[in-house]
Design a protein around this ligand. Structure first.
Ligand code: HH2
Length: 278
């Protein structure tokens, strides 16, 4: 939605300044923080800390989508995320559910989550688009090809930015056909999903080309492997400096929302960057 003063609003957030989505993986096997927040009490404390540090949304996920990850059953996924979502919502936190499964979307929305974040852009589960349309909730459509097991083999592009725009456009069309309002949709180029490091770099450089889709752009670069490659750091937990550099670059190229593991650090970097560029 565009407000009277021209400012875009998505999920109730005015996008006149960069917004931050904190990553809360309630998983044993996520690529950078697997097991750290697997205990529900620890996860809730971490989510509250992210909100306290200024996260606009906390993105709760119960299934890793790292390359080669084994699928998680929806029963396990829901057992992981639902208690955490309930506690965060009760504390007034805006929560998104990071899932590709419609039953988990439904259960998470019933538990108070306000936003659906689907790395498959509602293509994995045939019931997902209809559910999101019926609930009228905001949704993140992320670009990827294949699934976590096959996506690296499908990272073959002639022109990565053009193809990502085309493929996201067709996911937006499918969402609208299912009855999802355009205003409810944010898009995401899917950094690291069916992208090799050079593809991620080129996509970030050419991020302004996604503006043609007229949806807010969400970007997740935090700790990802291209940062390890460019920055020379094999350990994902030590990629904060490179993640901050990439996050600021993404904002300078039009990202409205950053999905990050390190909320307080990202907000400090954004504040300084904004003050200097004002
Ligand atoms: N990246 C991951 C998961 N979900 N959602 C969106 N919209 N954009 C992203 O870039 C994105 C995402 C992967 O990161 P993480 O959640 O930390 O890892 P894992 O999938 O191993 O749990």
């Amino acid at each position: 939605m565009v407000r009277g003063d021209g400012v875009m609003v998505w999920a109730g957030l005015s996008l006149d300044r960069p917004r931050v989505m904190g990553v809360l993986n309630v998983t044993p096997d996520s690529f950078s923080d697997g097991g750290v927040h697997f205990d529900p009490d620890v996860a809730v404390r971490a989510g509250l800390a992210m909100a306290g540090a200024g996260a606009d949304i906390v993105d709760v996920g119960g299934e890793s989508t790292r390359p080669g990850a084994q699928p998680t059953s929806v029963a396990d996924e829901q057992a992981r995320v639902l208690p955490v979502i309930r506690a965060l919502v009760a504390a007034g936190v805006l929560v998104s559910i990071d899932t590709r499964h419609a039953t988990t979307m439904r259960a998470a929305l019933d538990a108070g989550a306000a936003v659906v974040n689907d790395v498959t852009a509602l293509s994995h589960d045939p019931a997902a688009a209809e559910l999101v349309a019926a609930r009228g909730c905001p949704v993140v459509l992320m670009h990827m090809r294949g699934d976590p097991a096959t996506m690296n083999a499908r990272a073959v592009y002639t022109d990565v930015a053009r193809e990502v725009v085309e493929e996201l456009a067709s996911r937006i069309e499918a969402a609208e056909r299912a009855g999802i309002a355009r205003d409810a949709i944010a898009i995401d180029p899917g950094i690291g999903f069916a992208k090799l490091a050079p593809h991620s770099v080129e996509l970030l450089r050419r991020l302004p080309e996604l503006a043609v889709l007229r949806c807010p752009i969400l970007v997740g670069v935090s700790r990802k492997s291209f940062i390890g490659r460019l920055g020379g750091e094999a350990d994902p937990q030590l990629r904060l400096p490179g993640s901050l550099a990439a996050a600021l670059f993404a904002v300078s190229r039009g990202a409205a929302i950053l999905r990050v593991h390190d909320v307080a650090e990202t907000i400090q970097a954004l504040r300084v960057w904004q003050a200097l560029s004002a």
